[in-house]
Design a protein around this ligand. Structure first.
Ligand SMILES: Nc1ncnc2c1ncn2[C@@H]1O[C@H](COP(=O)(O)OP(=O)(O)OP(=O)(O)O)[C@@H](O)[C@H]1O
Ligand SMILES: [Mg+2]
Length: 366
């Protein structure tokens, strides 16, 4: 039986990497990595600076050669194939437009390089500019465009020759928040319309959650967790994933003979079932939006974990309010709630209780 999780030339993946790695002298930019990308998938490489995202992208594009491993494109070994022949489109953070050329000529460039006839070029450039909302900008030079418009030209130049795979390295990194969000929707729409496989790089976790079919979270030249946005957010594998994606409250303890977790202050709390043996050291996580702040005398629901404490800080950031609570057992918790008006928000120093449901706790690998 073939194991679906092992990438290889026999599976219908757009891209399959087996044992791919990159060393620069003694520096390991990428440890041996297996990764496959499905046809039409939107896969995001997410991770902190220096985690190997660009290295992985450059290996697939052929801009750099691997130290070990094999790269398959549509089941064909392309490890030694020159970049130009791979038919992979690239969109860069700095747009990489040619400043002296018009928008039309920039977008036409890949078609001219492929020696397409003038009538085809005119039609395809018009279609690509239409798709990115830039009809009428044909004669402008890049410097006569805003950042967002320049990036659209970069995208048009990439989609104009219909590559089967498009890779984007931090394409929205230079844009402000509102424009970023608008361009995120546009790139998602293009992905739906074109059905192209996209490999997208960002270090912005919200962007990754919003855009991807799957996220490949990287750290120190390795894949830490690969999964859907839901899986990474709700079932983070370990502390790194839990802390990189969203915010988290981490609680450590040791299992007792009653199947409960003994945490700071000798308090025992129930944990999700998992066959934990007595004495096992566990690290559990609960997301701040699952932590509720209640009045000190409010009755507590069955199955809830409750700690008394005092409000530390309250930060009002628009739609959400973030509150820290110093609990009686010395554990600091964070809660997030939909914002109310100032008078109804928790006040620093107030005595409260925090509660959360056992079913909202995730046990992390340590
Ligand atoms: N040409 C090179 N020579 C030596 N080391 C390199 C080279 N290129 C990359 N590295 C190292 O490889 C590691 C991974 O780099 P990479 O550019 O892939 O990171 P990244 O995840 O894209 O980071 P960023 O978010 O900052 O763009 C880093 O430690 C980097 O210093
Ligand atoms: Mg990079």
């Amino acid at each position: 039986m073939q194991d679906e999780t092992v990438p290889g030339p026999h599976t219908a993946h757009a891209i399959a990497l087996t044992g791919i790695s990159k060393m620069y002298g003694l520096v390991t930019a990428l440890h041996p990595t297996d990764l496959s990308v499905d046809m039409g998938e939107f896969l995001t490489l997410l991770g902190p600076s220096g985690s190997g995202k660009t290295t992985l992208l450059n290996l697939i594009a052929g801009a750099i050669g691997p130290t070990t491993g094999t790269i398959f494109l549509d089941g064909r070994d392309i490890t030694q194939m020159p970049p130009r022949e791979r038919g992979i489109g690239m969109v860069f953070q700095n747009y990489a437009l040619m400043p002296h050329m018009t928008v039309f000529d920039n977008v036409a460039y890949p078609l001219r390089a492929r020696r397409q006839p003038a009538s085809t070029i005119r039609a395809k450039v018009a279609e690509a500019l239409e798709r990115v909302g830039l009809r009428g900008f044909e004669d402008r030079k890049p410097r006569q465009l805003s950042g967002g418009q320049q990036q659209r030209v970069g995208i048009a130049r990439c989609i104009v020759y219909s590559p089967s795979i498009i890779m984007m390295d931090e394409p929205l990194g230079a844009l402000d928040k509102n424009l970023r969000e608008q361009m995120q929707s546009e790139i998602k729409r293009l992905h739906r319309e074109l059905g192209t496989t996209i490999i997208y790089v960002t270090h912005d976790q919200e962007e990754a959650l919003n855009m991807s079919d799957r996220i490949c979270l990287m750290s120190a030249g390795q894949i830490t967790q690969l999964g859907t946005p839901d899986e990474l957010y709700f079932q983070p594998r370990d502390r790194f994933v839990a802390e990189f994606i969203g915010e988290s409250n981490l609680i450590s303890g040791r299992m007792n003979s009653n199947g409960q977790l003994v945490i700071a202050g000798n308090r025992s709390i129930p944990v999700p079932a998992g066959g934990w043996t007595e004495g096992a050291e566990l690290l559990v996580m609960v997301r701040p939006e699952r932590v509720r702040i209640c009045d000190i005398d409010e009755p507590v629901k069955e199955g809830s974990n409750v700690l008394s404490g005092e409000i530390g800080t309250t930060s009002f950031v628009g739609g959400m309010t973030r509150v820290t609570i110093q609990t009686e057992i010395g554990l600091n918790m964070t809660a997030k709630m939909v914002s109310g008006r100032a008078a109804s928000r928790p006040q620093a120093g107030a005595r409260v209780r925090v509660c959360w449901s056992s079913s909202d706790m995730v046990v992390l690998e340590t």
